[in-house]
Design a protein around this ligand. Structure first.
Ligand code: NOJ
Length: 783
């Protein structure tokens, strides 16, 4: 503890010495901090053991507290205040003392957070500590790949580790609650928030969402360095019409349950402590006032025992949606629907007491909301340990954090194409390399969206990674060519072409700056922005092998450049260690092994396009489509194919879900099942042999897909039901098997009950959703 005290005292001193703060320290809080510097140190030496709050079971402790609380104090627990570092204790102090604030968000200065906790714990009547929330979405100081990139790893272990590191780093500031994982299924790459999502598939999202929760919350949520997770946005947000953020969603209940809710159920089962409602309108009832979602499904069916927070001011937005006429009715609808805590707005604080007094909301309803919040605080150990000593936790940007960030970036990059095996590059064969593009040396842009606390100083760029790797062996000719990814100016393109001409190969760093994705950053055109396509065409003129490394927050329509480049490595926004990871992949230190968690369309008009679609009554096939350029105007209409396709885009995507190339050469064979039939309630094993025919050791993500041929509601043409990342040495063959329980094949049918239907199934194993290696089996009813 001694080291801890010393460290905190240093951090207090640092705070006091920081000239920007000292300059402004005429306020009450400035003086307060100065006077309390030593006192804060003393907090750290003892944990608080409030006799009223620390004995008995969690439920007993909650009941004891509730019995002492006034209505105003209860409503306080249900209210979260936005704060910011600096003077938060000044302007929140009175509210904290009066017990009118249960949680704060957006404070990350440990001294300020400790002071806010101190006021809550020592100066409020009941001493209830605060939940301190922050958007720690894909890392804190050390930034991991964006969540969509992490999903491309198809590796729950690395996703769990990345969340663990993020929790440890965020916890040094006193943050004890993150607003992650975001597990909104999205089939629309125009939507800016697809960057934060795990992509289009409910099974992949479920596995990775649960892993993130485990990473943030650890084995024991009361331990230092663990933080409460918050699954968001419940529910359906990813189905925003035309991918416009915040837009309306209309999702039939059947699809809602089979697709959008599945990951939420998985994280509830994994023990997620909190859920956040979506901003969006779901089938006419905005999620924040949606009783069906928050009570019927979440509490009654799933038995969720944590608490629900609204999204930022989304309670008051119920009136803007037109569900209510004023803030008071919005508070009523939200509480009745099951929103336990209001984020940032003041509808609860202003109106709940009156609603209770009028008898519109019962005290039992309030008590149950408050109880769920208090339970979380007790489970987090906040009553015993409200204060944070950063010295008790690993330092920010530790070696292990950087290694984890690099591993995640390595496994997330997807090799989309590699003609004539232009990759990997070899230092033996290259004397010079042109590195061109707006994202080759853009430390901040490669971090991606939602990096409030990300450290751009330690972010290592592509050009740095390449230079580091090749050393003196290869001359690197770097031309940025465009100021930003959106630049329209092409004045530096000649210089880029010159560099390409004078080099043996070209690596183009293209894509989107970080602000082009994320909340409220949707795009209608998802081509490479600005003049990037023109840059590609110009560089191509040099006649050298061209490799594109694309960093972006979403799938892009690459149709207009795909034939102009020999290889594409899609790196998403790869985070702090993007540069070294990309360099290793370009030069074959490691083979690419990422697989797409979302389908890449050829053009925007195909959206939504996703692998687990329905068959339709007129499924397309190569012989049953016609291209707009080949239409025979005089032929009968049937010559059009009369199937479900676009005349100008066909029906296939540019790259399918699950796609990703490698430097190895993987071959799949011998798919089989442990039996031809399985009885409802039993397990079937589906397996195949995988061989590495190449000459490099590499990871492969083996994928299992299933189709239920007949259902009382139609079933998708394929559904992911298992995956495993394996590593194979050259020449090695392994058998990969998947356990398939008949419950894994259940779905919500017409009666909205989860059922496994007997019948015929197809199963495929392979390296993408288009694998052709198939077997069959049947499910038979018991008896
Ligand atoms: C709004 C976003 O929708 C949500 O994801 C985020 O957690 C909150 N703001 C808090 O910043």
């Amino acid at each position: 503890m001694q080291g801890g005290r010393a460290a905190l005292s240093k951090s207090v001193r640092r705070y006091m010495n920081d000239s920007s703060r000292v300059g402004a320290m005429t306020s009450h809080f400035g003086v307060l901090v100065a006077l309390r510097g030593m006192l804060l140190v003393t907090f750290m030496s003892t944990s608080i053991a409030n006799p009223l709050n620390s004995t008995g079971s969690i439920d007993q402790r909650v009941a004891k507290l509730l019995a002492q609380m006034t209505l105003a104090e209860k409503i306080g627990q249900m209210s979260q205040a936005n704060a910011s570092d600096g003077y938060a204790p000044d302007y929140l102090g009175d509210g904290l003392r009066a017990g009118r604030i249960g949680s704060v968000l957006n404070v990350v200065d440990v001294v300020v957070v400790n002071e806010l906790q101190r006021i809550a714990v020592e100066e409020s009547r009941l001493g209830i500590p605060l939940m301190v929330g922050r958007d720690v979405i894909h890392g804190f100081k050390t930034v991991m790949p964006i969540p969509l990139g992490q999903a491309a790893t198809w590796n729950p272990d690395i996703v769990r580790d990345a969340a663990r590191i993020a929790a440890l780093e965020a916890a040094t500031t006193g943050v004890n609650w993150t607003f992650a994982p975001m597990i909104d299924i999205s089939r629309d790459p125009r939507w800016g928030r697809i960057a934060e999502s795990p992509g289009e598939d409910p099974y992949l999202a479920s596995r990775l969402g649960a892993a993130m929760v485990e990473g943030f919350q650890g084995d024991d949520i009361a331990e230092r360095g663990t933080i409460a997770a918050c699954a968001k946005h419940f529910a359906g947000y990813g189905a925003a019409e035309s991918g416009r953020d915040y837009a309306t969603t209309n999702i039939p209940e059947n699809e809602l349950r089979n697709v959008y809710l599945q990951p939420f159920k998985a994280v509830v089962d994994a023990g997620v402590m909190t859920l956040m409602t979506s901003f969006s309108d779901l089938n006419g009832v905005p999620a924040t006032g949606n009783e069906f979602l928050l009570r019927e499904v979440l509490r009654e069916e799933w038995r969720f025992g944590g608490f629900v927070v609204s999204d930022y001011d989304s309670v008051r937005q119920l009136a803007i949606h037109g569900l209510t006429g004023n803030d008071k009715d919005s508070a009523f609808e939200a509480v009745m629907a099951g929103v336990d805590m209001e984020m940032a707005g003041d509808a609860y604080i202003k109106h709940l007491a009156e609603l209770v007094e009028e008898g519109r909301i019962s005290i039992d309803t309030i008590d149950s909301a408050v109880a769920s919040i208090l339970r979380a605080k007790i489970r987090l150990g906040l009553f015993e340990n409200p204060y944070t000593d950063p010295a008790e936790l690993p330092p920010l940007g530790s070696e292990i954090a950087l290694q984890t960030a690099k591993k995640a970036a390595l496994q997330s990059a997807v090799l989309l194409k590699n003609d004539q095996e232009v990759l990997p590059l070899s230092t033996d064969q290259l004397n010079s390399l042109a590195v061109v593009g707006p994202l080759a040396d853009a430390p901040y842009e490669q971090l991606g969206t939602w990096v409030f606390d990300g450290d751009r100083e330690t972010s290592i760029t592509g050009i740095e990674g390449i230079r580091d790797l090749v050393g003196d062996e290869v001359d690197v000719n770097y031309v940025r060519a465009m100021d930003t990814s959106r630049s329209r100016a092409s004045k530096s393109f000649d210089e880029a072409v010159e560099a390409a001409r004078g080099s043996d190969a070209v690596v183009l760093f293209l894509g989107e700056e970080s602000i082009l994705s994320g909340e409220a950053h949707s795009r209608a055109d998802i081509n490479l922005p600005g003049e990037q396509a023109e840059l590609v065409r110009r560089v191509r003129e040099a006649g050298k092998p061209v490799v594109a490394v694309i960093m972006a927050g979403r799938p892009l329509t690459l149709t207009n450049i795909i034939d102009e480049v020999d290889a594409i490595l899609f790196a998403w926004h790869p985070g702090t260690m993007g540069g070294p990871a990309i360099a290793d992949l370009l030069f074959g230190v490691e083979s690419p092994s990422g697989k797409l968690p979302v389908t890449f369309p050829r053009m925007v008009g195909q959206i939504p396009i996703y692998y687990n679609q329905k068959n339709t009554g007129k499924p397309p096939s190569p012989d049953k489509i016609v291209h707009i350029d080949d239409i025979d105007t005089h032929a009968p209409q049937t010559s059009f194919g009369m199937t479900a396709f676009h005349l100008d885009a066909g029906y296939t995507p540019l790259f399918p879900f699950g796609h990703g190339l490698t430097y190895a050469e993987f071959g799949y064979a011998n798919i089989r099942t442990s039996a031809d039939e399985v009885t409802v309630g039993d397990v079937l094993i589906v397996s195949a042999d995988l061989t590495n025919h190449g000459d490099i050791a590499a990871d492969e993500v083996v994928q299992l897909y299933v189709r239920d041929l007949v259902g009382n509601v139609t079933r998708p043409v394929r559904e992911l039901k298992g995956f495993r990342r394996v590593r194979l040495e050259p020449g090695q063959t392994i058998n990969v098997d998947f356990e398939l329980h008949t419950d894994d094949l259940s779905f919500y049918g017409r009666n909205m009950r989860l059922t496994t239907e007997p019948g015929e199934f197809h199963a495929w194993i392979g390296g993408s959703s288009e694998t052709k290696l198939r077997t069959e089996f049947c499910i038979i009813a018991c008896n």
